[in-house]
Design a protein around this ligand. Sequence first.
Ligand code: PMP
Length: 279
Amino acid sequence: MPNIAYVNGRWGHLASASVSVEDRGFQFGDGVYELIRTYHGTVFHLQEHIKRLYESLKQIEISIKETPLRLEQIVQSGVKKSGHSETKIYIQVTRGAAPRLHSFPKGVRPTLVMTFRKLDPLSPKIFNKGVAIISVEDIRWGLCNVKSLNLLPNLLAREHALRSGAFEAIFVRDRFVWEGAGSNLFAVFGKKVVTPPVGHYLLSGITREVVLALGKKMGLKMSEAKISLAALYRADEVFLTGTTVEVLPVIRLNEKQIGDGRSGTMTARLYEAFQNEVS
Ligand code: PMP
């Protein structure tokens, strides 16, 4: 099968899958999502992704009838059905389809969509060379820990980055850097590897957690602390983490070189550890 979709219990081709124009995801962005991937056909940290999905749902007061186990089963059967060597899976849940009113509709079934498409990994070259990032003001709302469908500030930030010749934009709020438009941020200061703390200003990335745990296991000094934009310029190394970017070195911030302008040794060690974990 090619790219496929699951929409409220029905399987079909992704190209012909649809939801109502009255769906609150379309009308208001009233929903949440997850992006998950496979490595060698095995879904990466599926339980953690499903757990985060339920946490997002709880924060915006959507309850679905499917249990976490049921969602896992649907994901696993989608991966099997689609038959790709590597699969990129989106789960999206919205409050459902109802006449357009701000107030929550009563007795409406949430919409559950999953899509399964072929995963095209980033080019290996980019991991050797590293990427440039820019900083942008964080104009997002105060619940960035919710993986909300409302991604406009992220889209604007990413587009701005691409137009500036950079790969990713980093959000700055109150002088501190928090995360990228679609990734988490780490910085290395001497022997210390630091990432901004979880809370309302960033999404607790599954990859971020994996990298923190791997670093600790390797005996590295991993810590969670606020990083000012001024401090980030002085970092020896910077890297991004995420389902798509894995562990990706950053070599420039707003046109200024980070460290010696090349992917650093600590980043390389964590990149290698991550690749061992998924191979
Ligand atoms: N922050 C944001 C805003 C993201 O969109 C993502 C990607 N989903 C991440 C962080 C990284 O999270 P994960 O490691 O779970 O992909």
